[in-house]
Design a protein around this ligand. Structure first.
Ligand code: PMP
Length: 341
């Protein structure tokens, strides 16, 4: 729940004082010092190519960890499905659970078949489009665990030591598009396939302190400001408390609306970051949904339309969304329900 205006004003001020030289604002390198609780045997990289770049970088760097070149993937939504498809280019991909008809739940771990010879196990911690979030860390025994945390990074504390690699595009919770944070354990460096593009090679980027090629200076700088803001405002534990409060406000209305609002996601894995819901009935009432969006837009609430692949609504409650913003949406939803039920 960082104060967007404050960050932008500070950026404006500092950019002016630095005379617009990105290299100067980068010099402070605030970013790495503000990421909390990362053990010493991990490197933090700031790379380009977005989350989608990491769909390729992860297998290119890690599928060669073991000779078999196999990787286990959990596919619980659009983003992990894309990652699994990309990984198939570089090795054998095993989807560890029975195929899901719809992305509304996380299959129970008792139904997973993990391959002990896999180079790594991959999952997406928060599926942004479908609103499916892991509230537990998968147990993979000795196999390296990899997670895409693009849409819930620093929204709650994470025990980094359980992971071989975590990555997150900055644009949802920690800044603006252009930089992707990769947190990777030292012993996993140096296994890149020979066809791995050099800019995606974690070992090269780690040795060069993410400066193998020109870094996205401005995006790193903004991320530094956001990380500082998060740290000064209680860190990820405080973010978690707020995000729990914010998401409960919206889910409570959905749950008590007698089916007027419907969230298709299993209660056990409902995301605190992205709340998908239909208005009017289970599959959504087109006319009512249109009206809902128009009314919201008049109140200054935009971007509530769900992803085109799922339709309906989606309330995204990233760290930059305040309790007050969320209360305004909750108020609007209550009023709309009263008027139309
Ligand atoms: N992973 C997740 C969870 C995402 O939400 C997104 C984008 N919204 C991506 C990956 C892809 O990121 P990018 O657009 O930066 O390639």
């Amino acid at each position: 729940m960082f104060d967007v205006l404050q960050v932008l004003l500070q950026a404006q001020k500092e950019l002016l004082s630095f005379n617009g030289l990105g290299i100067s604002v980068l010099g402070g390198s605030k970013s790495s010092t503000s990421l909390e609780d990362i053990p010493n045997n991990y490197k933090v990289l700031f790379l380009q190519g977005g989350g989608s770049g990491q769909f390729s970088a992860v297998p290119l760097n890690l599928i060669g960890l073991k000779e078999d070149r196999c990787a286990d993937y959990l596919v619980t939504g659009t983003w992990s499905a894309k990652a699994a498809k990309e990984a198939e280019k570089y090795g054998k991909v095993n989807i560890v659970h029975p195929k899901l008809d719809s992305f509304t739940k996380i299959p129970d771990p008792s139904s997973w078949t993990l391959n002990p010879s896999a180079s790594y196990v991959y999952y997406c911690c928060n599926e942004t489009v479908h609103g499916v979030e892991f509230n537990f860390t998968p147990e993979t025994k000795d196999v390296v665990l990899v997670s895409d945390m693009s849409s819930n990074f620093l929204s709650r504390p994470v025990d980094v030591s359980k992971f071989g690699l975590i990555y997150a595009g900055a644009q949802k919770n920690v800044g603006c598009a252009g930089v992707t944070v990769v947190i990777v354990r030292d012993d996993l460096l140096g296994y890149a396939l020979k066809e791995c593009p050099i800019v995606l090679d974690y070992k090269v980027q780690a040795e060069m302190k993410s400066l193998y090629n020109t870094p996205p200076c401005f995006s790193i700088y903004i991320m530094g400001l956001v990380l500082e803001w998060i740290k000064n405002n209680g860190g990820s534990a405080a973010m978690e408390k707020l995000n729990k409060q914010k998401s409960s406000m919206i889910y409570d209305i959905i749950n008590s609306s007698n089916g007027f609002y419907v969230c298709p996601v299993d209660a056990a894995c409902r995301s605190r970051m992205n709340v998908p819901f239909r208005v009017g009935k289970k599959e959504g009432d087109d006319a009512l949904e249109k009206k809902f969006l128009e009314g919201a837009s008049k109140r200054g609430m935009i971007s509530l339309k769900g992803h085109r692949s799922v339709g309906g609504m989606r309330a995204s409650l990233y760290n930059a969304v305040t309790l007050e913003d969320t209360a305004a949406l909750a108020d609007y939803m209550r009023g709309f329900l009263k008027e139309h039920q």
